[in-house]
Design a protein around this ligand. Sequence first.
Ligand SMILES: *[C@@H]1O[C@H](CO)[C@@H](O)[C@H](O)[C@H]1NC(C)=O
Ligand SMILES: *[C@@H]1O[C@H](CO)[C@@H](O)[C@H](O)[C@H]1NC(C)=O
Ligand SMILES: *[C@@H]1O[C@H](CO)[C@@H](O)[C@H](O)[C@H]1NC(C)=O
Length: 156
Amino acid sequence: MSAASPCTMLAAVVVILVMVVAHGFAGVNAGEMDHFIHVRSSVKTDEIKNNGTLQVPRMEFGFLLCNASSVTTDDSTHYWDYYVEWEMPTEAEKDNSVFQMGNEYQMPHSYIVFQEFKSNFTGRYRCRLHFRSNLVGLHTVYLTLPDSPSLTSTTP
Ligand SMILES: *[C@@H]1O[C@H](CO)[C@@H](O)[C@H](O)[C@H]1NC(C)=O
Ligand SMILES: *[C@@H]1O[C@H](CO)[C@@H](O)[C@H](O)[C@H]1NC(C)=O
Ligand SMILES: *[C@@H]1O[C@H](CO)[C@@H](O)[C@H](O)[C@H]1NC(C)=O
């Protein structure tokens, strides 16, 4: 055995690792899986489109559901590789009457529940879809009160 062997082997391992990492990231660019995210609410039956606005009546008790359960799974990709979470306006985050639930591992969905919807709950809510801790999808919904001007139309 020559003295170069361990070095050569190490180089080979590094090359393989780099290839694995590069391949791993290649399929999971942020935004690539936006279309797997479906957002529904208790307020209206229609799906809420990405960047859509939802008017929530004052004092409404309801929820938003971010559902990415249609993600593809196979022998090497499982539901537990995905994780879904909501990002919400700071004012809503500080308030105990808005909370997130159902975002357990193995379940690529998450509910955001609001009690007595009020003006300081309005703003940008963003559902983030992660694949093996990489952000792969985003779906943004703007919540407003019915009397506020909407940012974009929710009607198809
Ligand atoms: C939503 O808005 C973001 C930023 O404003 C934009 O990059 C994205 O393309 C929009 N997506 C859709 C589906 O309209
Ligand atoms: C989430 O989406 C999946 C697949 O599209 C569907 O089968 C399931 O019923 C949805 N879950 C809820 C709670 O709506
Ligand atoms: C939101 O507004 C309500 C009054 O409408 C107030 O009681 C509450 O403290 C506010 N929450 C935050 C986090 O400022």
